[in-house]
Ligand binder design. Sequence first.
Ligand code: MRU
Length: 364
Amino acid sequence: MRIGTKHYRSIWRKGRKVFIIDQNSLPNKFSTLQISSSKEIASCIQEMRVRGAPLIGVTAAYGIALAMSENPSDNNLKTTCNTLISTRPTAVNLSHSLSRMCSVIEALPKDERSDKAWVEADKIADEDVIQNKLLGKNGLTLIEKVSNQKETVNVLTHCNAGWLATVDLGTALSPIFLAHDKGIDVHVWVDETRPRNQGLLTAWELASHGIPYTLIVDNAGGYLMQKKQVDMVIVGADRVSARGDVCNKIGTYLKALSAWDNDIPFYAAVPSPTIDWTINDGTTEIPIEQRQPNEVTMISTSSIKYKYNLHGVGSPKASNPAFDVTPARLVTGLITDKGLINPVSPINMNKLKNILATDEREKR
Ligand code: MRU
């Protein structure tokens, strides 16, 4: 994506050094960070300097590449994988990336591991951009359909599933960028997404691209849907189960319920590595990250820090589950790089699985 006159990806490398955009400084300040070790990669994921399911996966792949340059032993590969996998439990892209890196590297003699690891990490990064471009085109058709019937298409989104959450283009925002570039009048309702306010990243991305948007508090979506001010909801996903349950940022499920009650289509934009074919019931089988309560008891952005205080009793008690799961029955469709899955039925999910398996065979 362009920032000023320069095109950026959210992660890139020069030789054996990895660079990221520090998302903890955004949207107030744009700064990049150089990462020189696999340990630093793990901290950047854990501290959410990089975030978003696809970007977490790609960053971890570069973590393995750095580790193999540090020490290409089997033991270091195993230890680094264990460290990286424990950084954030919910987004399945992390384990997909790590298993892919391990299966490529394990088979090689030690002196070939580092070079190959860098090449494979680059491949995972490039594939992410291709997948997002393809799913963007598939999602665009949905926005176009609405724009044939009314002038402004109002999309509601939750969290940040834009280019910052991926290597480039984004998932939920990819069709929106394309629609705007095509001249479609699209306006986005942006959920603030407490407690970490990823909505501000979305607002920054949209504003930088010249796309009309309005930032709203997380509880406003239901009201706006009732008032017919939302034409469709498009969100990203951290993990989608084999039957199509969508795990995404906490609060997504409530948006899906509201959309259902108001007859508004609810879509999740999902690159294929975000689907976990090993689990079926996402509502019970997906591990939900529990983050520190202090994220709830503080208003914290890149420019403001304010800690809640209850007079005489100190800080309030809090709980901070970071994701929730929307059951497939509430999901109108999945926008994937392989096409639209609509309805989200076992037959359609199976078709997608077969397409992916065929692609995989053809690649080999
Ligand atoms: O906790 P985060 O900021 O990593 O959560 C991000 C989300 O929930 C995104 O919606 C999801 O990863 C999809 S990103 C393309």
